[in-house]
Design a protein around this ligand. Structure first.
Ligand SMILES: [Zn+2]
Length: 530
């Protein structure tokens, strides 16, 4: 059993993932969802309830069946002194089957639900199901406007055996978390396979700021309260929506290529304040640098925020990365900024269709760190891949995790990141640099704003390269043991002389790349969890 995450550990990449027992609970509540899902015949002529999950292989009760959401309009009023949150969320949805009833995912206390203007009855079940029965059933293809009113103290609401995605800070609160966090501030179809645009408008006492995704569309002040209105006009997964309230120093600029940048730093970061700025203020430079590899940046703004939480992790919340102050406790950290910005293409613009495909997010964000190391002359991607391959003996449990389907228990384990990135180096060696970099840029361009699976990525890489890559994907992503041959470059002496099963390092460990310690620091949470 892995213990609770040590809050003091230095672990940038994802500070806000679910604890073990939480994930187990999510998984356990899946069985009932699945049976309900199967009980609904697709051909039923009568109006039926929508399923209480989308059927995700790891978290079957996340998301819901029977409709798709195109837009969330979230209007909130928040009082930092008491943590009281009042909200009205309006959801624009389209029924994908004849619905007598449908679910949203939400954990706060609801006072009223209306569907197409008429009061609807509602009930709760499981950890996060809000079951809504509209006054008039919804015909397949029809549009529905769903209004949910609520009021609660979010930090007191614990689910999945004690988890809350809403964390109070000395001067406000932060909502972020993967794979679930939306439920603590807005009702949703909480699965990355259903993305939507967002308007987030929050009223706070004068003197506080509100940070969210996209562009700040406006602020207005009246009678001691200030309203902040944010707009994300490109499709966004629910777990990539974020909210931070508190007292911040704001920095706005444009990147060298003209993209608006909006960064926010808690006024209360203490000794970490300067290192945080020295890292996050490089967002504009780094996003332009990444565009050279991944193609045009997909969104209309970029930036990040550092709230005064206890976190040492980061999450790639869309256009506005959430960084924990602990990431900067050892000085500046451009590696984590590169990682989270890489996700804007790999994860945010092109999103998972199911959580088991997490490699499409983390393998590529980790590989971007390899490219940054190469750029900084601190070790090439090949040297990093060789080092990871050679430094893990075949009996290291590291190799038992399949990055292409790690299981819900290992969704964020080190293997998904490190072996996942070595797999990408193996792909680069198999197809050659020219085709590899065409794939790296072409995929997020072709699949922009959509969803994807690993088999779809493999098919794309095969199309671009003209090569069959099934064996390579099986070896590096879907086999629970150490590949017999490392990610050896084509045409090298090593690849020519190696017999199958031979070790090109002959037991000797290659020199540690200069960037390795920093890269490892940005992922140490995953090591701890392995
Ligand atoms: Zn990541």
């Amino acid at each position: 059993m892995r213990g609770l995450r040590d809050k003091d550990r230095f672990n940038p990449v994802i500070p806000v993932i679910l604890e073990d027992h939480v994930r187990k609970r999510l998984i356990a509540s899946a069985a009932s969802a699945l049976s309900l899902f199967l009980a609904v015949p697709a051909s039923a002529a009568d109006f039926q309830p929508g399923a209480d999950g989308v059927g995700d292989p790891y978290y079957p009760t996340l998301g819901n069946g029977g409709y798709r959401v195109s837009h969330y309009d979230i209007r909130l009023k928040y009082q930092p002194a008491t943590d009281e949150l009042e909200g009205t969320t309006t959801i624009l949805a389209t029924a994908t089957q004849d619905l007598s009833r449908f679910n949203l995912d939400f954990v706060l206390n609801v006072s009223e639900v209306r569907v197409n203007g008429r009061p609807a009855t509602f009930a709760t079940s499981g950890d996060q199901e809000l079951e809504i029965t509209p006054a008039r059933p919804l015909a397949k293809g029809s549009q529905a406007t769903v209004v949910v009113r609520y009021k609660d103290v979010p930090s007191t609401v614990k689910k999945y055996g004690g988890y809350t995605a809403w964390r109070r800070t000395p001067d406000g609160a932060v909502a972020s978390g993967e794979p679930v966090s939306a439920g603590w501030w807005f009702p949703s179809n909480d699965h990355p396979s259903d993305k939507a645009t967002f308007d987030v408008s929050v009223l706070v006492p004068d003197g506080n700021q509100v940070i969210s995704n996209g562009v700040l569309a406006g602020t207005s002040s009246q009678a001691g309260w200030t309203r902040y209105s944010w707009r994300e006009n490109k499709p966004q997964a629910t777990y990539l929506a974020t909210l931070a309230i508190g007292k911040f120093d704001i920095s706005t600029d444009t990147t060298p290529s003209g993209l608006p940048v909006y960064n926010a730093y808690s006024k209360d970061l203490g000794d970490n304040a300067d290192a945080a700025r020295a890292s996050v203020e490089r967002t504009g430079e780094l996003v332009d640098w990444l565009s050279g590899y991944f193609g045009e940046y997909p969104f209309s703004s970029v930036g990040g925020y550092v709230a005064n939480t206890q976190s040492s992790g980061a999450l790639e919340t869309q256009t506005r990365v959430a960084y924990g102050p602990g990431l900067f406790a050892r000085g500046s950290n451009t590696q984590v900024v590169v990682h989270e910005l890489a996700h804007q293409w790999y994860g945010d613009s092109v999103s998972l269709s199911r959580w088991s495909d997490i490699w499409l997010n983390e393998g590529f964000a980790e590989y971007a760190q390899f490219l940054w190391s190469e750029h900084e002359n601190e070790g090439t991607a090949q040297e990093l891949a060789d080092y990871i391959y050679a430094s893990r003996p075949a009996d290291d449990p590291f190799w038992t995790v399949k990055p292409g389907d790690p299981g819900e228990e290992n969704q964020f384990s080190a293997a998904v990141y490190y072996r996942g990135a070595v797999a990408i180096q193996a792909l680069r060696n198999a197809v050659g640099d020219e085709k590899f970099f065409r794939i790296l840029k072409g995929w997020p361009t072709e699949r922009r704003y959509g969803n994807a699976t690993i088999p779809e990525f493999q098919a794309y890489a095969e199309k671009v390269s003209g090569q069959k890559l099934g064996d390579l994907f099986t070896t590096w992503l879907f086999t629970p043991s150490k590949p017999a041959v490392g990610p050896v470059p084509q045409g090298t002496a090593a690849s020519a002389s190696l017999a199958p099963g031979a070790d090109q390092f002959e037991g000797r460990l290659p020199a540690e790349p200069k960037s390795w310690k920093k890269i490892q620091e940005t992922s140490s949470v995953h090591e701890a969890r392995n």
